[in-house]
Design a protein around this ligand. Structure first.
Ligand SMILES: [Zn+2]
Length: 390
Protein backbone atom coordinates (compact mmCIF):
# COMPACT_ATOMS: atom_id res chain seq x y z
CA UNK A 1 0.00 0.00 0.00
CA UNK A 2 1.17 3.49 -0.67
CA UNK A 3 1.61 5.54 2.43
CA UNK A 4 0.77 8.95 1.05
CA UNK A 5 -2.10 10.47 -0.84
CA UNK A 6 -1.35 9.45 -4.36
CA UNK A 7 -2.48 12.64 -6.00
CA UNK A 8 -1.08 14.74 -3.19
CA UNK A 9 2.48 15.21 -2.07
CA UNK A 10 4.64 12.12 -2.00
CA UNK A 11 7.42 10.92 0.16
CA UNK A 12 10.58 11.14 -1.90
CA UNK A 13 12.68 8.91 0.35
CA UNK A 14 10.03 6.18 0.34
CA UNK A 15 10.15 6.07 -3.43
CA UNK A 16 13.89 5.76 -3.42
CA UNK A 17 13.78 3.03 -0.79
CA UNK A 18 11.42 1.00 -2.93
CA UNK A 19 13.97 0.82 -5.77
CA UNK A 20 15.96 -2.36 -5.94
CA UNK A 21 19.73 -1.93 -5.42
CA UNK A 22 20.60 -3.77 -8.64
CA UNK A 23 18.27 -1.54 -10.59
CA UNK A 24 19.90 1.56 -9.10
CA UNK A 25 23.31 0.24 -10.14
CA UNK A 26 22.11 -0.35 -13.68
CA UNK A 27 20.58 3.10 -13.75
CA UNK A 28 23.72 4.81 -12.61
CA UNK A 29 25.54 3.20 -15.52
CA UNK A 30 22.97 3.90 -18.17
CA UNK A 31 22.13 7.42 -17.04
CA UNK A 32 25.67 8.60 -17.62
CA UNK A 33 24.82 8.70 -21.31
CA UNK A 34 21.81 10.93 -20.61
CA UNK A 35 23.82 13.41 -18.61
CA UNK A 36 26.30 13.90 -21.41
CA UNK A 37 23.75 15.53 -23.70
CA UNK A 38 25.13 18.90 -24.69
CA UNK A 39 22.13 20.75 -25.98
CA UNK A 40 19.95 21.11 -22.88
CA UNK A 41 18.55 24.63 -23.24
CA UNK A 42 18.56 27.32 -20.61
CA UNK A 43 15.10 27.90 -19.19
CA UNK A 44 14.00 31.34 -20.24
CA UNK A 45 10.46 31.17 -18.94
CA UNK A 46 9.69 33.42 -16.03
CA UNK A 47 7.30 30.99 -14.36
CA UNK A 48 8.14 27.58 -12.89
CA UNK A 49 6.85 24.60 -14.86
CA UNK A 50 4.79 22.21 -12.78
CA UNK A 51 2.72 20.15 -15.16
CA UNK A 52 3.58 18.49 -18.47
CA UNK A 53 1.01 16.89 -20.76
CA UNK A 54 2.88 14.97 -23.46
CA UNK A 55 0.66 13.86 -26.32
CA UNK A 56 2.01 11.38 -28.85
CA UNK A 57 0.13 10.68 -32.07
CA UNK A 58 1.51 7.30 -33.07
CA UNK A 59 2.52 7.48 -36.73
CA UNK A 60 1.24 11.06 -37.09
CA UNK A 61 3.41 12.79 -39.67
CA UNK A 62 2.93 16.23 -41.12
CA UNK A 63 0.89 15.06 -44.13
CA UNK A 64 -1.39 12.95 -41.93
CA UNK A 65 -2.03 16.00 -39.79
CA UNK A 66 -2.71 18.30 -42.71
CA UNK A 67 -5.06 15.73 -44.26
CA UNK A 68 -7.01 15.88 -40.99
CA UNK A 69 -6.91 19.70 -40.95
CA UNK A 70 -8.38 19.78 -44.46
CA UNK A 71 -11.10 17.31 -43.45
CA UNK A 72 -11.95 19.02 -40.15
CA UNK A 73 -15.06 21.17 -40.03
CA UNK A 74 -13.50 23.45 -37.42
CA UNK A 75 -9.95 24.62 -36.76
CA UNK A 76 -7.97 21.90 -35.03
CA UNK A 77 -6.78 22.59 -31.49
CA UNK A 78 -3.24 21.66 -32.47
CA UNK A 79 -3.11 24.77 -34.68
CA UNK A 80 -3.27 26.89 -31.49
CA UNK A 81 0.32 25.92 -30.66
CA UNK A 82 2.53 29.00 -31.17
CA UNK A 83 5.79 27.06 -31.23
CA UNK A 84 6.56 24.35 -33.78
CA UNK A 85 9.63 22.21 -34.26
CA UNK A 86 10.76 19.15 -36.15
CA UNK A 87 12.01 15.89 -34.76
CA UNK A 88 14.32 13.24 -36.23
CA UNK A 89 12.97 9.80 -35.33
CA UNK A 90 15.72 7.32 -36.30
CA UNK A 91 16.58 4.60 -33.78
CA UNK A 92 20.03 3.53 -32.54
CA UNK A 93 20.40 1.01 -35.33
CA UNK A 94 17.94 1.96 -38.07
CA UNK A 95 16.92 4.88 -40.23
CA UNK A 96 13.33 3.80 -39.83
CA UNK A 97 12.30 3.32 -36.22
CA UNK A 98 9.52 1.26 -34.70
CA UNK A 99 7.31 2.48 -31.86
CA UNK A 100 9.38 0.67 -29.22
CA UNK A 101 12.66 2.41 -30.00
CA UNK A 102 10.93 5.73 -30.67
CA UNK A 103 8.89 5.45 -27.47
CA UNK A 104 12.05 4.68 -25.53
CA UNK A 105 13.80 7.72 -27.01
CA UNK A 106 10.84 9.97 -26.16
CA UNK A 107 10.48 8.48 -22.67
CA UNK A 108 14.13 8.20 -21.62
CA UNK A 109 16.25 10.39 -23.90
CA UNK A 110 18.33 7.43 -25.09
CA UNK A 111 18.17 5.74 -28.48
CA UNK A 112 17.86 1.99 -28.59
CA UNK A 113 17.32 -0.87 -31.03
CA UNK A 114 13.99 -1.34 -32.79
CA UNK A 115 11.85 -3.60 -30.64
CA UNK A 116 13.37 -2.58 -27.29
CA UNK A 117 11.27 -1.04 -24.49
CA UNK A 118 12.88 1.15 -21.84
CA UNK A 119 16.34 -0.42 -22.20
CA UNK A 120 19.43 0.73 -24.07
CA UNK A 121 21.00 -1.08 -27.02
CA UNK A 122 22.77 -3.46 -24.62
CA UNK A 123 19.60 -4.23 -22.68
CA UNK A 124 20.35 -2.07 -19.64
CA UNK A 125 17.24 -0.47 -18.08
CA UNK A 126 16.70 3.25 -18.58
CA UNK A 127 14.67 5.49 -16.32
CA UNK A 128 11.86 7.31 -18.06
CA UNK A 129 10.80 10.88 -17.37
CA UNK A 130 7.59 9.43 -15.91
CA UNK A 131 9.59 7.37 -13.44
CA UNK A 132 11.80 10.33 -12.59
CA UNK A 133 8.71 12.52 -12.13
CA UNK A 134 7.19 9.88 -9.86
CA UNK A 135 10.31 9.78 -7.70
CA UNK A 136 10.35 13.58 -7.48
CA UNK A 137 6.82 13.61 -6.08
CA UNK A 138 4.84 14.53 -9.17
CA UNK A 139 1.67 12.61 -9.94
CA UNK A 140 1.95 10.54 -13.10
CA UNK A 141 -0.42 9.14 -15.68
CA UNK A 142 -0.61 7.18 -18.95
CA UNK A 143 -3.47 7.01 -21.42
CA UNK A 144 -3.47 4.95 -24.64
CA UNK A 145 -6.13 3.82 -27.09
CA UNK A 146 -4.16 0.60 -27.67
CA UNK A 147 -3.08 -1.80 -24.94
CA UNK A 148 -1.19 -0.07 -22.12
CA UNK A 149 1.44 -2.78 -22.65
CA UNK A 150 1.92 -1.75 -26.28
CA UNK A 151 5.18 -0.07 -27.22
CA UNK A 152 4.61 3.63 -26.60
CA UNK A 153 3.00 3.56 -23.13
CA UNK A 154 5.21 0.62 -22.16
CA UNK A 155 8.36 2.68 -22.80
CA UNK A 156 7.36 5.01 -19.95
CA UNK A 157 7.00 2.30 -17.29
CA UNK A 158 8.62 -0.95 -18.46
CA UNK A 159 12.03 -2.41 -19.30
CA UNK A 160 12.21 -5.23 -21.81
CA UNK A 161 14.45 -5.81 -24.83
CA UNK A 162 11.48 -7.39 -26.64
CA UNK A 163 8.25 -5.44 -27.08
CA UNK A 164 6.41 -8.69 -27.80
CA UNK A 165 6.81 -9.78 -24.15
CA UNK A 166 3.65 -7.96 -23.18
CA UNK A 167 2.87 -10.17 -20.18
CA UNK A 168 6.28 -9.30 -18.71
CA UNK A 169 5.70 -5.65 -19.59
CA UNK A 170 2.38 -5.79 -17.67
CA UNK A 171 4.31 -7.04 -14.61
CA UNK A 172 6.38 -3.84 -14.70
CA UNK A 173 3.21 -1.87 -13.88
CA UNK A 174 3.42 -3.48 -10.42
CA UNK A 175 6.69 -1.68 -9.71
CA UNK A 176 6.09 1.48 -11.73
CA UNK A 177 4.08 3.39 -9.10
CA UNK A 178 2.28 5.17 -11.97
CA UNK A 179 -0.72 6.85 -10.38
CA UNK A 180 -3.20 6.47 -13.21
CA UNK A 181 -3.25 4.33 -16.33
CA UNK A 182 -6.10 4.04 -18.80
CA UNK A 183 -6.16 1.89 -21.94
CA UNK A 184 -6.56 -1.62 -23.26
CA UNK A 185 -4.57 -4.75 -22.49
CA UNK A 186 -6.71 -6.45 -19.82
CA UNK A 187 -5.74 -9.91 -21.07
CA UNK A 188 -2.06 -9.29 -20.20
CA UNK A 189 -3.10 -8.56 -16.63
CA UNK A 190 -5.84 -11.13 -16.07
CA UNK A 191 -5.75 -13.90 -18.70
CA UNK A 192 -2.09 -14.79 -18.60
CA UNK A 193 -0.17 -17.90 -19.50
CA UNK A 194 1.29 -18.02 -15.96
CA UNK A 195 -2.16 -17.87 -14.31
CA UNK A 196 -1.36 -14.74 -12.31
CA UNK A 197 -3.98 -12.02 -11.97
CA UNK A 198 -2.05 -8.76 -12.00
CA UNK A 199 -5.18 -6.70 -11.48
CA UNK A 200 -5.65 -8.39 -8.10
CA UNK A 201 -1.94 -7.91 -7.35
CA UNK A 202 -2.32 -4.22 -8.17
CA UNK A 203 -5.39 -4.06 -5.90
CA UNK A 204 -3.26 -5.54 -3.12
CA UNK A 205 -0.86 -2.64 -3.70
CA UNK A 206 -3.68 -0.16 -3.22
CA UNK A 207 -4.81 0.35 -6.82
CA UNK A 208 -8.43 0.67 -7.81
CA UNK A 209 -8.86 -1.32 -11.03
CA UNK A 210 -11.88 -0.55 -13.23
CA UNK A 211 -13.14 -1.66 -16.62
CA UNK A 212 -15.06 1.48 -17.58
CA UNK A 213 -14.53 5.21 -17.06
CA UNK A 214 -17.85 5.55 -15.23
CA UNK A 215 -16.44 5.40 -11.69
CA UNK A 216 -13.67 7.94 -12.21
CA UNK A 217 -15.65 11.16 -11.66
CA UNK A 218 -16.43 10.11 -8.08
CA UNK A 219 -12.75 9.54 -7.23
CA UNK A 220 -10.50 12.16 -5.76
CA UNK A 221 -7.34 10.09 -5.48
CA UNK A 222 -5.73 6.90 -6.71
CA UNK A 223 -3.78 4.97 -7.68
CA UNK A 224 -6.14 3.86 -10.41
CA UNK A 225 -5.90 1.55 -13.43
CA UNK A 226 -8.66 1.39 -16.03
CA UNK A 227 -8.51 -1.52 -18.47
CA UNK A 228 -11.06 -0.75 -21.16
CA UNK A 229 -10.49 -3.72 -23.51
CA UNK A 230 -8.77 -7.10 -23.66
CA UNK A 231 -6.35 -5.78 -26.27
CA UNK A 232 -6.65 -2.47 -28.09
CA UNK A 233 -9.74 -0.28 -27.74
CA UNK A 234 -12.21 -0.14 -30.63
CA UNK A 235 -11.23 2.26 -33.40
CA UNK A 236 -13.25 5.42 -33.94
CA UNK A 237 -14.93 3.70 -36.89
CA UNK A 238 -15.83 0.80 -34.59
CA UNK A 239 -17.53 3.17 -32.15
CA UNK A 240 -14.92 4.18 -29.55
CA UNK A 241 -16.85 7.43 -29.15
CA UNK A 242 -15.48 9.90 -26.64
CA UNK A 243 -13.41 7.51 -24.51
CA UNK A 244 -10.10 9.29 -25.19
CA UNK A 245 -11.39 12.83 -24.48
CA UNK A 246 -13.22 11.60 -21.34
CA UNK A 247 -10.12 9.77 -20.14
CA UNK A 248 -8.07 12.90 -20.74
CA UNK A 249 -10.53 15.09 -18.86
CA UNK A 250 -10.59 12.75 -15.87
CA UNK A 251 -6.81 12.35 -15.88
CA UNK A 252 -6.07 16.06 -15.72
CA UNK A 253 -8.74 16.49 -13.02
CA UNK A 254 -7.28 13.72 -10.86
CA UNK A 255 -3.58 14.38 -11.45
CA UNK A 256 -3.91 18.13 -10.92
CA UNK A 257 -4.93 17.45 -7.30
CA UNK A 258 -1.18 17.37 -6.68
CA UNK A 259 -0.89 21.12 -6.46
CA UNK A 260 2.37 20.94 -4.52
CA UNK A 261 4.50 19.01 -7.02
CA UNK A 262 2.48 18.96 -10.24
CA UNK A 263 2.08 16.09 -12.67
CA UNK A 264 3.36 14.37 -15.79
CA UNK A 265 0.78 12.82 -18.13
CA UNK A 266 1.48 10.95 -21.38
CA UNK A 267 -1.43 10.50 -23.78
CA UNK A 268 -1.09 8.37 -26.91
CA UNK A 269 -3.37 8.53 -29.94
CA UNK A 270 -2.38 4.93 -30.62
CA UNK A 271 -4.58 4.03 -33.55
CA UNK A 272 -3.50 6.73 -35.98
CA UNK A 273 -0.67 4.28 -36.66
CA UNK A 274 -3.03 1.30 -36.96
CA UNK A 275 -5.11 3.08 -39.62
CA UNK A 276 -2.01 4.25 -41.49
CA UNK A 277 -0.63 0.68 -41.53
CA UNK A 278 -3.90 -0.29 -43.21
CA UNK A 279 -3.53 2.65 -45.62
CA UNK A 280 -7.03 3.69 -44.58
CA UNK A 281 -7.18 7.49 -44.93
CA UNK A 282 -10.69 7.95 -43.52
CA UNK A 283 -9.93 5.89 -40.42
CA UNK A 284 -6.60 7.69 -39.94
CA UNK A 285 -8.24 11.13 -40.14
CA UNK A 286 -10.94 10.11 -37.64
CA UNK A 287 -8.24 8.94 -35.22
CA UNK A 288 -6.33 12.22 -35.59
CA UNK A 289 -9.45 14.32 -35.02
CA UNK A 290 -10.24 12.28 -31.90
CA UNK A 291 -6.64 12.75 -30.70
CA UNK A 292 -7.09 16.48 -31.31
CA UNK A 293 -9.96 16.50 -28.81
CA UNK A 294 -7.47 15.35 -26.19
CA UNK A 295 -5.09 18.10 -27.35
CA UNK A 296 -7.88 20.66 -26.92
CA UNK A 297 -8.58 19.50 -23.36
CA UNK A 298 -4.86 19.68 -22.54
CA UNK A 299 -4.52 23.19 -23.99
CA UNK A 300 -7.68 24.42 -22.23
CA UNK A 301 -6.24 23.07 -18.97
CA UNK A 302 -2.98 24.93 -19.66
CA UNK A 303 -4.95 28.13 -20.25
CA UNK A 304 -6.40 27.98 -16.76
CA UNK A 305 -3.40 26.44 -14.97
CA UNK A 306 -0.26 28.55 -15.41
CA UNK A 307 2.92 26.50 -15.38
CA UNK A 308 1.49 23.79 -17.65
CA UNK A 309 3.37 22.71 -20.78
CA UNK A 310 1.51 20.86 -23.55
CA UNK A 311 3.66 19.05 -26.10
CA UNK A 312 2.19 17.29 -29.11
CA UNK A 313 4.33 15.15 -31.38
CA UNK A 314 4.58 11.74 -33.04
CA UNK A 315 6.92 8.82 -32.48
CA UNK A 316 7.42 8.36 -36.24
CA UNK A 317 5.58 8.66 -39.54
CA UNK A 318 3.51 5.72 -40.76
CA UNK A 319 2.37 5.10 -44.32
CA UNK A 320 4.63 7.49 -46.23
CA UNK A 321 1.68 9.81 -46.73
CA UNK A 322 1.71 12.41 -49.48
CA UNK A 323 -1.03 14.79 -50.58
CA UNK A 324 -0.80 15.05 -54.38
CA UNK A 325 -3.24 16.93 -56.59
CA UNK A 326 -6.10 14.85 -57.96
CA UNK A 327 -5.77 16.43 -61.39
CA UNK A 328 -2.82 17.74 -63.34
CA UNK A 329 -2.33 19.17 -66.78
CA UNK A 330 0.89 19.29 -68.76
CA UNK A 331 2.18 22.86 -68.95
CA UNK A 332 5.69 23.98 -69.80
CA UNK A 333 6.60 20.34 -70.25
CA UNK A 334 5.67 19.24 -66.73
CA UNK A 335 2.60 18.23 -64.75
CA UNK A 336 0.98 21.21 -63.04
CA UNK A 337 -1.99 21.15 -60.65
CA UNK A 338 -5.22 22.24 -62.29
CA UNK A 339 -7.29 25.14 -61.03
CA UNK A 340 -9.70 23.92 -58.32
CA UNK A 341 -7.94 20.59 -57.81
CA UNK A 342 -8.30 18.62 -54.58
CA UNK A 343 -5.53 17.00 -52.57
CA UNK A 344 -5.67 13.23 -52.22
CA UNK A 345 -4.28 11.25 -49.28
CA UNK A 346 -1.87 8.73 -50.80
CA UNK A 347 0.21 6.11 -49.00
CA UNK A 348 3.59 4.90 -50.22
CA UNK A 349 4.11 2.04 -47.72
CA UNK A 350 2.23 -0.21 -45.31
CA UNK A 351 5.03 0.44 -42.81
CA UNK A 352 6.88 3.30 -41.14
CA UNK A 353 9.19 5.86 -42.76
CA UNK A 354 12.20 7.95 -41.76
CA UNK A 355 10.35 11.24 -42.35
CA UNK A 356 10.80 13.86 -39.66
CA UNK A 357 7.70 14.53 -37.57
CA UNK A 358 6.36 17.81 -36.18
CA UNK A 359 6.42 19.04 -32.57
CA UNK A 360 3.76 21.48 -31.38
CA UNK A 361 4.36 23.24 -28.07
CA UNK A 362 1.90 25.28 -26.01
CA UNK A 363 2.01 26.89 -22.60
CA UNK A 364 4.84 27.27 -20.12
CA UNK A 365 8.28 26.57 -21.61
CA UNK A 366 6.86 25.98 -25.08
CA UNK A 367 9.57 28.09 -26.71
CA UNK A 368 12.11 25.40 -25.78
CA UNK A 369 10.76 23.03 -28.43
CA UNK A 370 11.44 24.79 -31.71
CA UNK A 371 14.00 24.14 -34.41
CA UNK A 372 15.35 20.81 -35.53
CA UNK A 373 15.50 18.41 -32.58
CA UNK A 374 16.35 14.77 -32.09
CA UNK A 375 13.66 12.61 -30.50
CA UNK A 376 15.98 12.16 -27.49
CA UNK A 377 16.05 15.94 -26.92
CA UNK A 378 12.41 16.06 -25.85
CA UNK A 379 12.61 14.17 -22.52
CA UNK A 380 15.89 15.90 -21.65
CA UNK A 381 14.21 19.28 -22.10
CA UNK A 382 11.07 18.19 -20.23
CA UNK A 383 13.20 16.92 -17.33
CA UNK A 384 15.18 20.15 -17.30
CA UNK A 385 12.04 22.30 -17.23
CA UNK A 386 10.50 20.21 -14.45
CA UNK A 387 13.88 20.21 -12.66
CA UNK A 388 13.67 16.43 -12.23
CA UNK A 389 16.59 14.84 -10.40
CA UNK A 390 18.25 11.96 -12.24
ZN1 LIG B 1 3.38 1.31 -36.42
Amino acid sequence: MKETSIFGAKNYSNSVKRMKPLFILALSITLCACQSTSNTPQTSTDQPIKNVIFLIGDGMGLSQLYAAMMASEQPMAISRAPYVGLQVTRSATSDVTDSAAAGTALATGTKTRNGSIGVDSLGHPLRSILQRAETAGLSTGLIATHSVTDATPAAFVAHNPDRAQEEAIAEDFLTSDVDLFIGGGRQRFEHRTDGRNLSNELRNKGYHIFYTLDSLPSFEQGPIGVLLADDKLPSMQQGRGDLLPRATQEAVRLLSKNTEHGFFLMIEGSQIDVAAHHNDADAMIQEILDFDHAVRIAMDFADTHPGTLVLVTADHETGGVTLPSDSNIIKFGKAQPTEGNRAQTRFSTKGHTASMVPIYAYGAGAEQFTGLLDNTDLPHRIAHLLQLPQ
